[in-house]
Design a protein around this ligand. Sequence first.
Ligand SMILES: Cc1ncc(COP(=O)(O)O)c(C=O)c1O
Length: 358
Amino acid sequence: MIPIAKPQMGSEEKQAVLEVLDSGIIAQGPRVKAFEESFAEMCGVQHAIATSSGTTALHVALLAHGIGDGDEVITSPFTFIASANSILFTGAHPVFVDIDPVTFNIDPTKIEAAITPKTKAIMPVHLFGLTCDMDMIIAIAEKHNLIVIEDACQAHGAEYHGKRAGSFGTGTFSLYPTKNITSAEGGMITTNDDAIAESCRVIRQHGMRRRYYHDELGFNFRMTDVHAAIGLAQLQKLERFNAARAANAKFYDEHLQGVITPTAPAGYKHIYHQYTIRVPNGKRDALRAHLKERDIGSGVYYPLCIHKQPYYIKDLGYDQTLPVAEQATREVLSLPVHPALSQEDLETVVAAVNGFSE
Ligand SMILES: Cc1ncc(COP(=O)(O)O)c(C=O)c1O
């Protein structure tokens, strides 16, 4: 079986975990601090704040920016549910803007039409490891005085004109096992703003600045040192992992036939969290079954847009058509691109895709 994802755990991660267990400091301790410092450096920002997941990173980042009841946050309908749910957790309302058909990311030319007096923030989601058009998004945010919270949960090390994802506004990352690097579960917030960083730290830990004095409502969204130890060991390997993914993607680009392969616009460094092809003419599911018969894993990210999810329709009353995103849900197929693939695996995938005819 060639799996769609495969976490890469080596002796470094195992050794690091054992050291934490032996150290006696297991909850948020020195490994978390070291992981935060290294992660901030990787992104080129002043601060990184570790959390228990990408979802809690988004939730905390939104709260730290004061987003809450009645506010609107503009984001993509074509993303993992946590992007939008984190907005709901604060009491705010996600406003979905259609995507660009080539990059699968929010179409910046459609953002301004969605801005209302209630709009407080834009949440660009750097899907599949490719950043959004950040020049346009930052320009719109500045013009309308909006906050930018990047969902960089799939974009560790991705770049837009030399700047890393997570360094444009307040960044949020997931460290779930299928991501380019993992801490088993975990999240990270990145920012250059001292006050936002401080606020994130306080919200992460029960609204507590002084031990057992609670200035505001907070949560237990801490990361453990066990998770941080794994994350820190993985972070040392990020550039190597991303280079391996890029090389695998290049092989697919050069050899796949009969499908639409992903493209990164000039100046964008794609880190191929997913290698997502388009299979037009209603043939996507048949190709997926064809790959499965040959023991090749694939993934559909995502089969249903967020504004079409049952909860969003029935309970929240969303009633909207976003044709580009909806077409993508019918055509996208992600192929294995992770660093554990051998040359033989790549050739097997290419032969299976190119040999498909329906
Ligand atoms: C785009 C996006 N946003 C948010 C999340 C949430 O991250 P986590 O699963 O770590 O809570 C994910 C993770 O799958 C994601 O892909």
